[in-house]
Design a protein around this ligand. Structure first.
Ligand code: F6P
Length: 335
């Protein structure tokens, strides 16, 4: 296969425009986000030489130490997203409050939520990290430009995506018409369509969970994992495999590639915070992507995209991936 066998990101998006009427402003915005991701990928790869590995002296709103690359990635997203005149506001994991780019937010304007560098504790280890983003289009003008005004449920997303900085740089997006994966062709500046119509198989024999948290698990999660571990002699009557990269983007990419289920549930230790992962720029966009690929995404009790956010940096339990497994875990919660 040569480069000419693959659609470029722009060719693909122009087809989306023709087939689904995807707004041109959204296409330009996604091209800018792709540029941000390409730049972040380059900065990560040269980190050890550029002196950008390691921490800053600051902590973010989550109380986590900011890495230099967290700040660099955040600056890239802020700069490139601001190019689009329809973007009214930006919400970043790295910033305490909403950044308003306009004096008024009209119907049709975009709010962008992003985690510029997810899994950054993996940076020094040379393990894959990624960026996650979500775009909501305002249905009505906003009366006031407050942080509360952008607390919009995931069901209102018009687009979500992530870039995975692994052995190659991937860009995976949905605009509500399936999920498509692109790979950056080094040296060309272009993302090419390499994984069209990504789907999550309904069945799987693979799960991902941080098993060191076992003593905090709620009964439904403990039961599910116990049954997987019991293998052929247990109630599931088959063997299960386990993976944990500690990098959500890499886990979701694996699930989109070969199936599986990812769990970062609410547990006895993180329950007071609502869970571990952040709703607006981690859980919701990944839920939209997984559901568009035929999988499911839930907290155990409700669908993630139906959660009404009450705080910009709200956390929630996350269970997503192959639909049969997510249904089973939801049923265990109901039990
Ligand atoms: O949100 C940050 C994150 O790094 C996710 O990408 C990942 O799934 C999770 O935290 C890892 O958590 P832990 O440190 O408990 O393994």
């Amino acid at each position: 296969m040569t480069k000419d066998d693959h659609l470029t990101f722009r060719q693909f998006m122009l087809n989306e425009y023709r087939e689904h009427g995807t707004p041109k402003d959204l296409i330009f915005l996604l091209e800018d986000i792709a540029t941000a991701c390409r730049t972040i990928s380059h900065k990560i790869r040269s980190g050890a030489f550029a002196g950008t590995l390691g921490a800053t002296e600051d902590t973010n709103v989550q109380g986590e130490t900011q890495k230099q690359l967290d700040v660099i990635a955040n600056d890239q997203f802020m700069m490139h997203c601001a190019n689009c005149s329809r973007v009214a506001a930006l919400v970043s994991e790295e910033l305490d409050n909403v950044v308003w780019l306009k004096d008024k937010a009209e119907a049709g304007d975009y709010i962008i939520y992003f985690d510029p560098l997810d899994g950054s504790s993996n940076l020094e280890l040379n393990i894959s990290v990624g960026s996650i983003f979500s775009i909501v289009e305002l249905k009505e003008p906003l009366a006031e430009l407050t942080d509360e005004a952008v607390l919009i449920p995931g069901s209102e997303q018009i687009c979500a995506g992530y870039s995975l900085y692994g052995p190659s740089t991937s860009l995976v997006i949905t605009t509500g018409h399936g999920v498509n994966g692109f790979t950056h062709l080094n040296g060309s500046g272009e993302f090419l369509l390499t994984f069209p119509n990504m789907t999550v198989p309904a069945e799987t024999n693979e799960y991902a969970i941080n098993a060191s948290r076992q003593k905090y698990w709620e009964p439904a999660i403990a039961r599910y994992i116990d049954e997987c571990l019991a293998g052929v002699d247990g109630p599931r009557e088959r063997k299960f495999n386990m993976r944990w990269v500690a990098s959500m983007v890499a886990e979701v990419h694996r699930i989109l590639t070969r199936g599986g289920v990812f769990l970062y549930p609410r547990d006895a230790e993180n329950a007071a915070m609502g869970g571990r992962l952040r709703l607006l720029y981690e859980a919701s966009p990944m839920a939209f992507i997984i559901e568009q690929a035929g999988g499911k995404a839930s907290t155990g009790e409700v669908q993630i995209m139906d959660l009404m956010p009450t705080d910009l940096h709200q956390r929630c339990g996350v269970i997503l991936g192959s639909s049969e497994e997510v249904d089973r875990i939801d049923a265990y919660h109901r039990d």
